[in-house]
Design a protein around this ligand. Structure first.
Ligand code: ATP
Ligand code: MG
Ligand code: FE
Length: 346
């Protein structure tokens, strides 16, 4: 089926068009720069930006795919989780489009969409299941067990406070680096010694592992970096930016990869799929590749344009639901900012 996907859960307006598992268009318009001076995504600004960007993005995606609007077989949209106001803009647009075209509408889960991005790889290899998936972005840090993309996704663990991307953004800010912090810290860490400062590894001690084996915590790490920097400044000493950035990045990468690999080994699932904007991090990629190779785990990382928020992954999940014979969502659903990962389709 030819499916148009709409993604507006955070600051990216994403329109994607797929035919089955083939990617035809992936148009992304981000309001990231408008949030920069606030140091994080401002929901109201994001919602307004979606409203402005959606129409042009749909036109651009149709042109990129070389198809007409009347050829679309179905519409898919992210109905959650995400920012309520931002989600509502996409859901409203998707309903209007489905009604106007008289086509079925599929409301899908954003996090499962990230996993679905993998089916669009141009090497044609289908995702082998079950797989463990680690989704790390500005809004999420979740470890999933995916047995079936359209019917069986289990939440193994998630962050109990800040998301990993959020930690990058906050630590960048306290180091005086601009938003978004991830790429800035990656750059600042070059040449730094990741072992120079031992920052804490959240929820990684024996006592934590009983209850929080697959959960994450990054707010203690952020506080620890803040305190370390403050002490240097109070002592009138220069803050060694590269060392702080490298040591902080090492702590995040270490915990993310350690927990994901542990899940693969515990569950006997020798596959790990990564998704979300933090996957752009050089050290996260390097450490994941190293430890997966050691443990005999196949590591799958979709191209970056499919790792960050995009409409193609939503279209792909919609197409998978159709091909598996699922009924459409109808028009009665709402946006759900806390949609659980077990609700693959709303
Ligand atoms: P959602 O959580 O709904 O998926 P989002 O907009 O936060 O939304 P993405 O756009 O996938 O998610 O990712 C943005 C986040 O990724 C930001 O927090 C940013 O700092 C982080 N990020 C981007 N590049 C890097 C990098 N090289 N290293 C670490 N973090 C990065
Ligand atoms: Mg984003
Ligand atoms: Fe996302």
């Amino acid at each position: 089926p030819l499916v148009l996907g709409i993604e507006t859960s955070c600051d990216e307006t994403g329109i994607g068009i797929v035919r089955g598992s083939t990617l035809l268009a992936n148009v992304i318009s981000s309001s990231m720069e408008e949030h920069a001076r606030f140091g994080g995504v401002v929901p109201e600004i994001a919602a307004r930006a979606h409203l402005e960007a959606l129409g042009p993005a749909i036109t651009a995606a149709l042109a990129e795919a070389g198809v007409g609007l009347d050829e679309i077989d179905a519409v898919a949209v992210t109905s959650g989780p995400g920012l309520a106001g931002a989600l509502m803009v996409g859901v409203g647009a998707a309903k209007a489009l489905a009604v106007a075209l008289d086509r079925p509408l599929y409301a899908v889960n954003h996090l499962v969409g990230h996993v679905g991005a993998d089916v669009l790889r141009d090497d044609g290899t289908a995702i082998e299941l079950p797989t463990v998936a680690l989704l790390v972005s500005g809004g999420h840090t979740s470890l999933l067990l995916v047995r079936d993309l359209v019917s069986d996704v289990e939440l193994l663990g998630e962050t109990i406070d800040d998301a990993a991307g959020e930690a990058f953004d906050k630590v960048a800010r306290l180091l005086g680096l601009p938003y978004p912090g991830g790429p800035q810290i990656d750059r600042a860490a070059v040449g730094g010694d990741p072992r120079s400062i031992r920052f804490p590894r959240g929820l990684s001690q024996a006592k934590d592992l009983e209850r929080h084996r697959y959960d994450f915590s990054f707010s203690g790490l952020k506080t620890s970096v803040a305190r370390w920097v403050e002490q240097k400044r109070d002592a009138g000493e220069a803050v060694p930016l590269a060392d702080v950035a490298a040591s902080f990045r090492e702590s995040v990468a270490d915990v993310l990869v350690a927990k994901a690999v542990a899940a693969c080994l515990d569950l006997g699932v020798p596959r790990l799929l990564l998704g979300g904007g933090v996957v752009a991090n050089a050290r996260v990629r390097e450490l994941a590749a190293e430890r997966c190779a050691e443990a005999g785990i196949e590591l799958r990382i979709p191209p970056l344009a499919l790792c960050t928020d995009n409409g193609a992954m939503i279209a792909a999940l919609g197409a998978q639901l159709i091909m598996a014979g699922h009924a459409p969502s109808g028009l009665g659903f709402s946006a759900d900012s806390t949609l659980p990962v077990t609700s693959i389709q709303a």
